[in-house]
Design a protein around this ligand. Structure first.
Ligand SMILES: [Zn+2]
Length: 216
């Protein structure tokens, strides 16, 4: 009897011993953040403005799919301060978009801190427009609902007095900008490729951003 109990105890102990690393392993995996594919862990060492920063190895990163106010524009300082509060000196994860780099050699990437998508956080606060080029248009579906909500709530840039309205706006096929009807950037464009959009609001709802030239 005693011997049998002893054997049973030994078997149970062995089973538990075999299970423990497995159980611990499971617990650890559950607590871990999901591993993002093709992403790099780094640290933000210097925030340059609301959408650009430098990593601790000197790489310049531009958050893909968004555009925040330039120096001298309203909400530039707020956007920069908010990005700093999110990422400065923190462990972040950057996931370069397929296009890789922009024409200034900056890495275009989605940026995450813990589970927060930093681009979305900037949009939610009303500090960023959508800013797409085409090869990053897969970000539109991800970002647009938050942009529309920020517009509705009139937070940040969406609370500003809108620029002088036009009776209609123009987008060029294949581009994600919208223009005033007389914008010089439209010169030479094939009229077949021009599309009229009735209101500024509709332009934003289509995921477009205002042209830097005519500033609609
Ligand atoms: Zn324009």
């Amino acid at each position: 009897m005693i011997r049998r109990l002893g054997l049973q105890s030994l078997l149970i102990a062995t089973a538990i011993a075999a299970l423990v690393p497995f159980l611990l392993g499971c617990g650890r995996n559950e607590q871990q953040l999901p591993k993002r594919e093709n992403s790099v862990e780094t640290k933000a060492a210097e925030v340059l403005d609301g959408d650009t920063f430098r990593t601790n190895n000197g790489k310049k990163v531009r958050i893909a799919g968004i555009d925040t106010p330039e120096a001298g524009e309203k909400f530039h300082d707020e956007a920069k301060a908010y990005l700093s509060s999110l990422i400065f000196e923190k462990e972040i994860s950057i996931k370069p978009i397929p296009a890789g780099k922009d024409r200034y050699g900056r890495t275009l990437a989605e940026v995450f801190v813990d589970t927060t998508n930093v681009g979305i956080a900037m949009i939610k606060r009303g500090y960023a427009y959508l800013y797409l080029f085409g090869d990053d248009s897969y970000l539109k579906g991800k970002y647009l609902p938050f942009l529309i909500e920020a517009m509705k709530q009139k937070v940040g840039i969406w609370g500003l007095q809108p620029p002088k309205p036009e009776t209609y706006y123009i987008r060029v096929k294949g581009s994600y900008r919208f223009h005033r009807p007389y914008c010089p950037s439209l010169k030479g464009a094939n009229p077949k490729n021009l599309k009229r959009i009735k209101t500024r609001l509709e332009c934003f709802e289509e995921g477009l951003s205002p042209c830097r030239n005519c500033r609609p």
